[in-house]
Design a protein. Structure first.
Length: 160
């Protein structure tokens, strides 16, 4: 089930994000480098973005996705993670999270969605490309935003 962020999910989201980044991909990204997940209401929701979680039958977080609003038209996709045992077309959890995010961005008048992803996350790159994202150089970012750079690739999706 996909639901909107609630404070009770905060620690489970932090565990998911850090677990995938550091246990699965060995990126060495600290919580300090991504303090946005410590205050999702302020960093995502207040400015008109959104944050969603996928939960299992026991209401445990198994996936997350966030949308940070930078301007009226430009949004940043952040914190898109699903535990490995819940990935894949068969379950469709990542796709469901992504579709909710894109529908929300369009509803809010979004024209562009940007994202950064580690260069080693090949499976993620395939997903993004399959869903219409184009890789861009940093110089082509229409807005500046902070991200923990680990040889990150940048992607852009135009919604119109």
């Amino acid at each position: 089930m996909i639901t909107t962020y609630e404070e009770r999910y905060k620690q489970e989201i932090i565990d998911l994000v850090l677990g995938v980044q550091n246990d699965e991909y060995n990126l060495g990204i600290s919580i300090e480098e991504q303090s946005d997940i410590l205050d999702i209401p302020d960093c995502y929701l207040k400015a008109g973005g959104g944050f969603w979680v996928a939960v299992d039958q026991n209401n445990r977080v198994i996936g997350s996705i966030g949308l940070m609003r930078k301007t009226n038209e430009v949004f940043i996709l952040k914190k898109f993670f699903v535990y490995s045992e819940y990935r894949g077309k068969e379950l469709g959890i990542g796709k469901a999270l992504f579709e909710i995010l894109i529908a929300f961005a369009k509803q809010q008048g979004g024209q562009t969605v940007l994202l950064d992803t580690p260069s080693t996350a090949d499976r993620s790159h395939q997903f993004y490309r399959k869903n219409g994202f184009k890789e861009i150089p940093k110089a082509e970012l229409p807005v500046i935003y902070e991200y923990p750079d680990r040889n990150s690739l940048l992607f852009r999706l135009d919604l119109s």
